[in-house]
Design a protein. Structure first.
Length: 428
RNA sequence: GGAAGGGUGGCUGAGCGGUUGAAAGCACCAGUCUUGAAAACUGGCAAGGGUUUACGCCCUUCGUGGGUUCAAAUCCCACCUCUUCCGCCA
C-alpha cells in the first residue's frame, strides 16, 4: 500500500510514476472521493465532539445534583445525525481503500522501462554453460527410468493421485530433493546469518493482504476454507513476513533475517499452456525463502546482499546462472525492484528463473503495520521488507539433474551435496 | 467436543457506566548526585487520523463486530483467540 498522504498531497506525481508500469491511476475519481472524505470527516468529527462535550456536562450536572433534563433535550437529535455522517464517511473511506489497496508499488528509479519480460536486463553472469559430447536429455527424460514404485520422477502417478502439475519422487531422487533443502538452510543459517523459522502452510486472509496477494490475486491461490478465509501459502514470504505484522520491533532486533523451508501452492491460473512438461511449473513445490526486515535506509543495500545470498547457493552447486533486473512491466505488484536469478538448463538450452529477489520498501509494512522504534526520534517507523528465494527446490533439482547428467543417464552428485547424500557419488 | 477464567499502552498489570487515554511497575529518554558507572531522586514518555503557517485544537483506538445508553474499557449478544481442567487423539 502506498502512503495515502503521498497520494493525497501529490497525486499527479504518483500517477506519473505509476505510468512507468502502465498503471492508470484514476485521478479524477480519487480526487473527488478525497474531497468528499474531507468534508464528511470534518462533519462527523464535529458532531462527535459536540456529543462528547454535552455528555460530559450531563455527567457533571448529575454529579452535582443539578437537573439534567434540559441537557438531555439538547442532545436529542444528535445521535441520528452522527450516525448518518459516520456511515457516509465509512462509505467514502471504503471506496477509497478499495482503490488504494489496488495500486501497485512505485518502482525504484533504477528499474529499466520495458514492455514485457523480453526487456529485462542482464546485469551479471556466472559460470559457463557446459558443453556435452553426447545428446543431453531434459530432467523429465532423465527421471524416467524405473516403474511405478521406483521411478525417479513420476508425473503419471502424480496425476493419478491428484492431477496435472504434481510429481512423485522416489528413492535417491527424493533424498536429493531433501538434501538440497538441508544444504540451503545450512548455508543461510551458518554463513549468511539467517535464523531458521518453521511456519504454518495455511494462512488467513489478513496475512495475504499484508504481503499483497489479496485482494487482487485471489485466483492464484488455493483456498482451503472459504468461510474462515484460509489459504495454502503460495510462498513462505506470506507467513514469515507477517510474523512482524502489528508489531513494533526494537532497533536492536534489526536487521531481522529469517529463512524458512516450506512447500508452496499455486493455482497457476492463466498459465495453462506454459511449461506443461516436467517440474518447472507445479501446483506444489518446495522453496527455501529468505526474508529481511530492515530500516528504510538499509533497504536497497539489503536487496543486493540478499540477491548474492541466493547466488552463493548456485555457485556452491557450480550451476551456471545469470542475474537480470526485471523491467517495469515484469515487476510484481508489491515490489519496488526485483532481481531474477536464472539458472542454465541444458535440457532447454536456456536460462530459467530459479530465484526472485525483491525489495518492497515500506509497501508491505504499511499494509501490515509492521514497525520498529527509531531510538533517535523515539517514534515508530515502518519497516522495509526484502525477500527472495534461496532457492526454489524443484527447479534447483532440475538444474542439478540436467547439468550433472552423464552419457549413461546417471547423475553426478555436486560436491557440496555429497555429505547430505551419505557420501554417494552419483545417482544411477 | 464439554466446563471455567482471561484478552487493556513497547512489556507486566489496575480499573468494571460519567473530568479514565486509562493507576502502578518495568523498559526507554532527559536531568540531579558521582571522577565515571550503578543505585537513589526529579521530570518526560501510546498509536493512528483530521485541521492549522504555527502554538494548538479535535476525532478514533482497552481482542473483533454488533447492540443498550445522553454517555461504554466498564452492561448485553455473536465471533476470534489464549490459559486451565475433562474427554478424545496423532
Amino acid at each position: 500500500m502506498l502512503n495515502p498522504k503521498l497520494i493525497r498531497s501529490d497525486i499527479k506525481a504518483v500517477a506519473e510514476q505509476l505510468k512507468k508500469r502502465s498503471f492508470e491511476l484514476d485521478v479524477t475519481t480519487l480526487e473527488s472521493l478525497e474531497n468528499k472524505r474531507k468534508a464528511c470527516q470534518v462533519e462527523s468529527e464535529n458532531l462527535q465532539s459536540q456529543r462528547n462535550t454535552k455528555s460530559k456536562s450531563i455527567g457533571k450536572a448529575k454529579a452535582s445534583g443539578a437537573d439534567i433534563k434540559p441537557l438531555l433535550d439538547e442532545v436529542a437529535g444528535l445521535g441520528e445525525k452522527l450516525d448518518a455522517a459516520k456511515s457516509e464517511l465509512a462509505q467514502v473511506q471504503q471506496q477509497m481503500d478499495a482503490i488504494i489497496m489496488g495500486i501497485p508499488n512505485l518502482l525504484h528509479e533504477s528499474v529499466p522501462f520495458g514492455k514485457d519480460e523480453g526487456d529485462n536486463v542482464e546485469i551479471r553472469r556466472w559460470g559457463e554453460p557446459k558443453t556435452f559430447d553426447f545428446e543431453v536429455k531434459d530432467h523429465v527424460a532423465l527421471g524416467e527410468k524405473g516403474n511405478v514404485v521406483n521411478r525417479w520422477l513420476d508425473f503419471e502417478t502424480a496425476s493419478k493421485l491428484t492431477g496435472s502439475r504434481y510429481v512423485v519422487m522416489h528413492g535417491q531422487m527424493a533424498k536429493l530433493h531433501r538434501a538440497l533443502i538441508q544444504f540451503m538452510l545450512d548455508v543461510h543459517t551458518n554463513e549468511h546469518g539467517y535464523t531458521e523459522v518453521y511456519v504454518p502452510y495455511i494462512v488467513n486472509s489478513e496475512s495475504l493482504r499484508g504481503t499483497g496477494q489479496l485482494p487482487k490475486f485471489e485466483e492464484d491461490l488455493f483456498c482451503v476454507d472459504k468461510e474462515a478465509g484460509h489459504y495454502l501459502i503460495p510462498t513462505a514470504e506470506v507467513p514469515v513476513t507477517n510474523i512482524v505484522r502489528d508489531e513494533i520491533l526494537d532497533a536492536s532486533q534489526l536487521p531481522l533475517k529469517l529463512t524458512s523451508h516450506t512447500p508452496c501452492f499455486r493455482s497457476e491460473a492463466g498459465s495453462y499452456g506454459k511449461d506443461t512438461r516436467g517440474m518447472i511449473r507445479q501446483h506444489q513445490f518446495d522453496k527455501v525463502e529468505m526474508v529481511q526486515m530492515v530500516s528504510a535506509d538499509k533497504a536497497w543495500a539489503t536487496l543486493e546482499e540478499l540477491t548474492l545470498h541466493a547466488e552463493v547457493i548456485l555457485q556452491k552447486l557450480e550451476l551456471p546462472y545469470r542475474t537480470v533486473i526485471l523491467c517495469s512491466a515484469d515487476v510484481g505488484f508489491s515490489a519496488a525492484k526485483t532481481y531474477d536469478i536464472e539458472v542454465w538448463l541444458p535440457g532447454q538450452q536456456a536460462y530459467r528463473e530459479i530465484s526472485s529477489c525483491s525489495c518492497f520498501g515500506d509497501f508491505q509494512a504499511r499494509r501490515m503495520q509492521a514497525r520498529w522504534r527509531n531510538p533517535e526520534t523515539g517514534k515508530p517507523e515502518l519497516l522495509n521488507t526484502v525477500n527472495g528465494s534461496g532457492l526454489a527446490i524443484g527447479r534447483t533439482l532440475v538444474a542439478v539433474l540436467e547439468n550433472y547428467q552423464q552419457e549413461d543417464g546417471s547423475i553426478l552428485i555436486p560436491d557440496v551435496l555429497k555429505p547430505y547424500m551419505g557420501g554417494l557419488e552419483k545417482l544411477s
